[in-house]
Design a protein around this ligand. Structure first.
Ligand code: RUB
Length: 353
């Protein structure tokens, strides 16, 4: 029998407490673990826009909580007027970040609950209950994903990850880092190599913080050292999260994911993606997906200090697309999809029904 090592993250990224949304302010990490509280949906929208909360599943649930606040803020006396107020709030929340599909998913789910309700008080109550349930279900999905994913990793593996697909990108436990946590919980010894993830440093600020917090062995590398680490045999497997996965298995994730997948293929290193079904977009084609472009100052400076001359052009896409042929498997809460993805992803959704 394998030794059971319990590795739990005590970090809870977002929570609904006494009609207030409480979040970890991720912009303050790793220097300070600070929490912010919101009672206005516009502040939640601003928190999503400014990366106080980020990561696909976390912004999905934040959107739902934002609508729950909007419902409480509404002075509507009729269902029609309440739906109008909610539509207005939905638009503000939706426009914060365009690439992660979970945001649209979270907002749509709450709007459907609102439309089905019969009067103002019952709609408000069912929105709050649904949003709270979505938060709990996110953690459950991550734990299930962890169980499936743990089987893919061996004792003594060193696993590379990019960006932050951990407890901090979700409500808790994490997707890619959830699989790493679950692997550790089976008693397997594993190490993690985290990329810094320029320009916003989710790897060094968040992944390294979160893994250290949980006592998981983590080494940080510059994004530019991925080829070095792979060519020196320092990496056995790669696992990343996703912001959107199409029915064809095209994966949108943090900028830099594509080049890591290409290098993994060159070095014959398995490349896995972990994401809940709420990250899948079965309707869009690659040309429909909007890649968020972020401000130039993220690239022309580091930690508030200017590192580039004024008056130059900057290209700062937040995400890129990794094509299915570079992906070994996609781990979800209902199982693992393997190529050909058009068939295996369809099967996963049938399993859920
Ligand atoms: C986050 C990012 C993460 C995925 C993880 O980007 O790209 O890797 O969101 O999602 P940002 P998941 O920090 O700009 O939001 O947890 O589904 O794997």
């Amino acid at each position: 029998m394998k030794q059971q090592t319990k590795v739990h993250s005590s970090l809870r990224t977002i929570e609904w407490k006494n009609n207030t949304v409480v979040m970890i302010d991720q912009t303050k990490l790793p220097n300070k673990l600070a929490y912010v509280k919101f009672t206005d949906y516009k502040d939640v929208a601003n928190a999503i826009r400014t990366l106080v909360v980020r990561g696909a599943p976390a912004i999905g649930v934040s959107g739902a909580f934002g609508l729950a606040l909007a419902a409480l803020q509404s002075k509507a006396k009729t269902k029609e007027k309440l739906l109008e107020d909610l539509e207005k709030a939905k638009k503000v929340l939706f426009e914060t970040r365009p690439t992660a599909i979970n945001l649209a998913w979270g907002l749509e789910k709450i709007m459907n609950v609102a439309k089905e309700g019969k009067d103002v008080p019952t709609i408000k109550e069912s929105i709050i209950q649904t949003a709270k349930k979505m938060a709990e279900e996110d953690i459950e999905a991550n734990k299930k994903m962890g169980k499936y994913g743990a089987e893919l990793f061996e004792n003594n593996d060193t696993i590379m990850t990019h960006c932050n697909a951990g407890a901090l990108a979700t409500v808790g436990y994490g997707t890619a880092l959830g699989v790493i946590r679950a692997t550790k919980e089976t008693g397997k010894q594993i190490k993690v190599i985290a990329t810094e993830t320029r320009p916003v440093m989710q790897g060094s600020r968040l992944t390294a913080f979160e893994l250290k917090h949980d006592g998981i062995d983590v080494s940080l590398i510059p994004d530019t050292a991925v080829g070095y680490a792979m060519s020196k045999g320092l990496v056995n497997k790669v696992i990343v999260g996703a912001d959107r996965i199409l029915r064809t298995g095209h994966v949108y994730n943090k900028i830099g994911t594509y080049q890591i997948a290409l290098m993994a293929q060159q070095h014959k290193i398995p490349f896995y993606v972990a994401a809940p079904l709420s990250t899948f977009d079965l309707k869009s084609d690659p040309e429909d997906v909007i890649i968020e472009q972020r401000k130039a100052s993220e690239v022309t400076g580091v930690a508030g200090k200017k590192t580039a001359p004024d008056g130059i052009g900057v290209i700062n896409p937040a995400f890129d697309m990794t094509p299915p042929e570079l992906i070994t498997g996609i781990i979800t809460e209902v199982g693992i999809a393997k190529p050909p993805y058009a068939e295996s992803i369809k099967k996963l959704f049938e399993l859920r029904l």
